[in-house]
Design a protein around this ligand. Structure first.
Ligand code: GAL
Length: 374
């Protein structure tokens, strides 16, 4: 498949070269200069703490190298100044395209300006770069839908809606607590909005009760998606809002790392033993520790987003850009970064519970049985 792509790229390259010849050449524009064989591509990833970003980085790098590019893949340890420095270096080293999964989507405007000045194209990877016109493309998943799926899955785990999403008539009331991701990550807001679009009617009619009263994004956001912060918040909630014998029945968690922190807090408080059921806990990313937890009957669900597809799409877009070809997009309306609507290619997310870990995640080769058995 890649070979076909490269071949397509070569044809396009030929076309770009002849177009350049016709127009007398536009040497400084990397998109049609015709000298992009083996060009340097900068790939900036946020952190290695979460296994998904390692998989993302590996997928992008492998695809780009297969197409003959040189790749500078950097991880910034969730530290904004480090990411700023890494991207500046990529620009100085002469990268032709930057693929960026930001830590703080709004903190890179100076680097994006510098990139634009140097004729470097920028692909925003999974997390939208905000507040800058110098973002050319976005590759991600339907992030609002991820939130809808998380909210629906919480309701399914509680038995409030059935497998098809229809209300069962079960009225609870169920005690739930809500968590959101990092406020500087545009995705966190979309996950929250999507989940709340599903949960709010049930909070309003008191099927769901948030005993802490914390439902606003800013009250429930976990900076840098940090599992330890989520664990501490859950411990706090249990101590403050569940001391008189009330139990937590469900927790909306937007990401597997947080889910495991939350589960650690509830098991530490005696849930999961002596007839005190674990709450229904959602997640995202289909990471191995969470899949194991799901199969062991602890975490209830996760959202599978195939990072191989995302990585491949980013590499294909890069190849297209450097061969004078317009990259394919499938959404030109949704992702407004506050300055422009960024043309996007979005993949659909898939809900995973213990019923379909095998058929979706293992059968597709995303993870192996051996990884789950370890
Ligand atoms: C988000 C991403 C999620 C999750 C989270 C924490 O931007 O969309 O899938 O990985 O970051 O890393």
């Amino acid at each position: 498949m890649r070979a076909k792509k490269v071949l397509g790229g070569l044809v396009a390259l030929g076309l770009a070269m002849s177009l350049t010849a016709c127009s007398g050449g536009r040497g400084s524009d990397s998109s049609d200069s015709g000298d992009n064989d083996g060009a340097l591509i900068g790939v900036a990833m946020p952190t290695k703490v979460s296994e998904r970003w390692i998989a993302d980085g590996d997928a992008v790098k492998a695809d780009l190298e297969k197409a003959g590019y040189e790749v500078d893949l950097e991880y910034a340890n969730n530290d904004i100044p480090t990411q700023v420095k890494q991207i500046s270096n990529m620009i100085t080293r002469g990268a032709k395209v930057l693929i960026i999964a930001s830590i703080d989507g709004g903190s890179l405007s100076d680097q994006l300006d510098a990139a634009a000045k140097a004729g470097i194209k920028v692909i925003s990877y999974d997390r939208l770069l905000t507040g800058s016109k110098n973002v050319d493309y976005y590759v991600s998943f339907d992030n609002f839908k991820v939130g809808v799926q998380q909210g629906t899955s919480l309701l399914q785990g509680l038995g409030v809606v059935d497998a098809s999403g229809k209300p069962t008539g079960k009225k609870g009331p169920f005690n739930v607590e809500l968590f959101a991701g990092s406020s500087d990550d545009n995705n966190a807001h979309l996950f929250y909005d999507g989940a709340m679009s599903v949960l709010k009617p049930y909070i309003d009619d008191k099927t769901l009760v948030v005993r802490s009263g914390q439902t606003a994004f800013n009250q429930i956001a976990i900076l840098r998606w940090d599992p330890a912060t989520a664990k501490a918040r859950m411990q706090n909630l249990i101590a403050k809002s569940y001391s008189g014998g009330a139990v937590v029945d469900g927790v909306l968690s937007p990401y597997d790392g947080l889910s495991l922190g939350i589960l650690s807090a509830v098991t530490g408080a005696g849930y999961g033993t002596g007839g005190k059921k674990l709450p229904v806990v959602t997640g995202q990313d289909a990471e191995v520790p969470s899949l194991k937890s799901i199969l062991a009957g602890q975490q209830y669900s996760t959202i599978f987003k195939d990072t191989r597809k995302l990585g491949h799409q980013a590499a294909t877009m890069t190849d297209d850009l450097l061969n004078g070809k317009e990259p394919e997009v499938n959404d030109t309306k949704t992702y407004d970064n506050k300055v422009k609507v960024v043309p996007s290619y979005l993949f659909p997310p898939v809900v995973i519970t213990k019923e379909n870990v095998q058929s979706e995640v293992i059968a597709s080769g995303y993870h192996t049985q051996a990884e789950l058995d370890k």
